[in-house]
Design a protein around this ligand. Structure first.
Ligand code: OOG
Ligand code: NI
Length: 468
């Protein structure tokens, strides 16, 4: 019998994420600058707060705290999307969530490929926000057809990448050599190509339809458009960016700064204008430019229940009715103070968030609690166990994305004057059929994590509950 030594999906993902990081740092030096700034601010934040350091030592891998958490790409066809799904599955990344961005003026819909279990997230949290262009939202039929044909002609995966994907699926894994080749080959799909695959004339027409359409259709592949490390102090990094020669977007997306962080806050430096070339009718290369690639940072808080999320959405919409953040930053202070004011309505202590059913928590048995002080009724009731101090609760971190924030990130990196309106047209079923799989429902997932932690606590106290 042949003994196979498969490399774990988590290890393949970790090596892919690190290969992607070094490729992107070489391709976009400003991203390297952002990474150093993040590492510096994270180190300062930890030095200033021994309590935070201690907490992170318990729950995270401190020496990898400044590593990438996510990246993003945009693809053009269903075939590209479904092959990506197969490639990501080999790295233990599965589609979670459906995001309709058309509502926010961006002609794509998206999912995030990510590790799902706690153990996998801990080994390496890397995820890829992946968007599929909605050609149906381009109104000019001739242009739509040209875009479709251009996309149809390209092959974004190398022959070797496809063979390795097929081999991994057939065998159930990859050995060390194959895994190394797989990472190298799949990385090629994400590489930047400064020679466009369309003429300057077609590029301009695609660009006039929407800058994102030009970005997806005009190149050989879906270049990685940003990577995102985690910061322990997003406000500090936003503030320090200009002094390091990088220009931040106008405002941090998401909720305001709070004592109990919720969901996700993120910001980016604005996409750089880069030299590219287009071929002309005579078959010569002409120089031009394209703006797409940037660097982002994120700070995550607790995952909210549908009730908590509805409150978040409502408060965000309310603050934006009063002040809509302008792309040039001219009303950033007004927006931020309005946001902070409106969000006072969202409870800012963990127990209220829990008692009001706004967030998901992980329950665990408190150390050193004298079990014999519990009655059998208390021992079988999670609320009573919490009230007695026999069970503790910690927020479950939100590992997904936010459509309004994502739209803000897209917009500020597509050039600031390009607010366009599309009719909101969520189309999850169509997306899933293009993907070739259903996406995981994020709320159901967080709820099952919370439920499992409660069940484990109740099992622990079952002997007490059954006694007497
Ligand atoms: C993706 C933008 C969304 C995020 O962090 O919300 C995103 C893109 O620009 O392709 O990455
Ligand atoms: Ni992002």
């Amino acid at each position: 019998m042949k003994l196979t030594n498969f490399v774990s999906a988590d290890a393949i993902r970790a090596s892919f994420s690190s290969a992607m990081s070094s490729m992107y740092r070489t391709e976009v030096p400003a991203y390297g600058t952002l990474l150093s700034l993040v590492a510096k601010v994270n180190a300062q934040t930890l030095a200033a707060s021994p309590e935070l350091r201690h907490r992170l030592e318990q729950t995270d891998t401190l020496d990898r705290i400044s590593e990438e958490r996510h990246g993003a790409i945009r693809v053009g066809t269903a075939a590209e999307l479904s092959m990506l799904r197969r490639a990501f599955a080999i790295m233990g990344m599965y589609p979670v969530g459906y995001y309709d961005l058309s509502e926010a003026g961006v002609p794509v819909h998206s999912t995030a490929f990510r590790p799902v279990s706690d153990a996998a997230l801990k080994v390496n949290p890397f995820r890829v926000f992946t968007s599929l262009l909605r050609l149906d939202l381009i109104s000019d039929a001739t242009l739509r057809e040209e875009a479709r044909r251009t996309l149809e002609r390209r092959q974004i995966f190398s022959g070797n990448a496809i063979s390795l994907i097929e081999k991994a699926e057939a065998d159930g894994g990859l050995d060390a050599d194959e895994a190394t080749q797989f990472v190298r080959e799949v990385l090629e799909t994400f590489r930047w190509h400064d020679r466009a695959s369309v003429s300057g004339e077609l590029y301009n027409r695609l660009h006039d339809a929407h800058r994102l359409v030009a970005d997806v259709v005009s190149f050989k592949g879906p270049h990685i458009n940003h990577l995102t490390p985690r910061t322990l102090d997003i406000d500090a990094v936003q503030e320090l960016m200009p002094a390091h020669g990088i220009s931040p977007k106008a405002v941090i997306e998401g909720p305001p700064a709070r004592a109990c962080p919720i969901l996700l806050r993120q910001t980016s430096f604005k996409a750089l204008e880069e030299d590219v070339s287009f071929h002309n009718a005579e078959g010569q290369w002409e120089s031009g430019s394209h703006t797409a690639r940037f660097g982002e940072i994120e700070h995550r808080g607790i995952a909210l229940t549908p009730k908590g999320r509805a409150l978040y959405d409502q408060l965000l919409a309310k603050s934006r009715e009063v002040v809509r953040p302008a792309a040039d930053g001219s009303n950033a202070d007004d927006y931020l103070s309005e946001l902070a004011r409106v969000f006072e309505a969202f409870p800012d202590d963990w127990n209220s968030i829990r008692e009001q059913g706004l967030g998901y928590f992980r329950y665990s048995v408190a150390e050193c609690f004298p079990q014999n002080s519990l009655s059998s009724r208390e021992a079988s009731n999670i609320a009573a166990l919490v009230a007695m101090g026999a069970v503790r609760f910690d927020p479950i971190v939100y590992e997904d994305f936010l459509p309004v924030s994502a739209a803000g990130i897209f917009q500020s990196n597509l050039g600031d004057d390009t607010k366009q309106n599309f009719t909101a047209s969520p189309s999850q079923q169509e997306f899933e059929s293009q993907l070739g799989a259903a996406v995981l429902d994020e709320f159901a997932h967080y709820e099952s994590l919370e439920r499992a932690s409660i069940d484990a606590c109740l099992r622990h106290f079952k002997p007490v509950a059954l006694a007497s």
